[in-house]
Design a binder for this molecule. Sequence first.
Ligand SMILES: O=C[C@H](O)[C@H](O)COP(=O)(O)O
Ligand SMILES: C=C(OP(=O)(O)O)C(=O)O
Length: 461
Amino acid sequence: MSVTLPSLDSLHALKPLQQPSYPDAEQVAEVVARLRALPPLVFAGECDDLRAKLASAAAGEAFLLQGGDCAETFAGVTAANIQGKLRTLLSMAVVLTYAAQVPIVKVGRMAGQYTKPRSSDTETRDGVTLPAYRGDSVNGFAFTPESRMHDPRRLLDTYNASAATLNLTRAFVTGGFAHLRSVHSWNANFVKTSAAGVRYQNLADEIDRALAFMVACGIDDEEFRTVDFYSSHEALSLEYEHALTRIDSRTQLPYDVSGHFLWIGERTRQLDGAHVELLRHVRNPLGVKLGPTTTADTALQLADRLDPEQEPGRITFITRMGAGKIRDVLPDVVEKVTASGRLVTWVCDPMHGNTFESANGYKTRAFADVIDELNGFFDVHEELGTWPGGVHVELTGDDVTECLGGGDDLVEADLANRYETLCDPRLNRNQSLELAFLVAERLTTGRIKRPNPVQAFQADE
Ligand SMILES: O=C[C@H](O)[C@H](O)COP(=O)(O)O
Ligand SMILES: C=C(OP(=O)(O)O)C(=O)O
């Protein structure tokens, strides 16, 4: 891997997509200089640890749970909000650990997910057209010309919001909040009090007995007190990601220290584009979103470009093809990538291919479609003998009403009650836990045989 990072100017020469248009270049330069001087948000060694864990997920020895807001907001940096998301993710992780009987790699769409790609550069309301909201790192959500201006100073706010979120998250996951017993009791509460929960009583009881068994065996309580948790976001803002890329003092190699895991979105993953060019130079584990038009050749070319050395854990392909397409599109991609000898982590994002507008005007997703795509993902991997390495979901710890269906059977009229996302609809707490139990059912059936996919394909040749 080359250690010479491309300059910000050379990246802009590649005409990057989905970038803000800042009116004042001097102000941008000042912000970037300030960001370059600030301390890293994560330590490069942690990125290496996560890469190793993702290598296990690629090999069928771990499972990735990645989730959080569609768009984090500066106003959402509160203890209650961070705690709610963490609690939901940890609850899901316990269920999945028991079902898969492999470690769950826990990664938040948290502490950096402030920049959004949009389908349109503008938004029109009542005949007034303004720049589209692109995430708090770029502009404000309020529909006024002042708020929708692209302001580079927001990148400094992004850094501070990410630092505050990471700080509390680290405290929670090491300070006792994440104790396995507390997490299990939150789940037991879900089973008792939610409409969907009843269905999972048996699984929750089994976990109860397993925990009691471990305690009776005298397994050290300390083992249950802490968990590993990592941050991730879409690496979309070139100014921000470039300014936070630093040379690691241990290895003399560049790491993007804005988060542990960075992904390239469906809209910016052009092979010769600026985002691929920047990220191919950094050592973090990388995700790439693959939508319904992805071909096996595209996936292979992306893997070759971003990971020429075929390093274990480097590439996670996050497929988001839609419930109606996954069973047709995914098999060829997985088959050819696997046949090439590459071992990547296959992760399903069942959210982004299933968005539609409800009759009453809300951007929404149906829980049934989300589950259908997940089932398609598991079916395809089961048929090919490859390991379904994880799930990537947009969720929150609150009882919002943004996605339809689930155990509480939300209908279109309910969307008006608590529709709080500033971009895409998220699963609420109960829908997230229900999803975890449903995935757990699929993993329980799959846990018996976890073949080495590369060997399986090579044996067929
Ligand atoms: O989260 C993903 C994208 O930013 C989002 O789906 C774009 O939404 P839009 O089509 O409303 O712009
Ligand atoms: C924009 C996103 O997804 P995608 O690139 O898959 O559309 C996202 O995950 O926020």
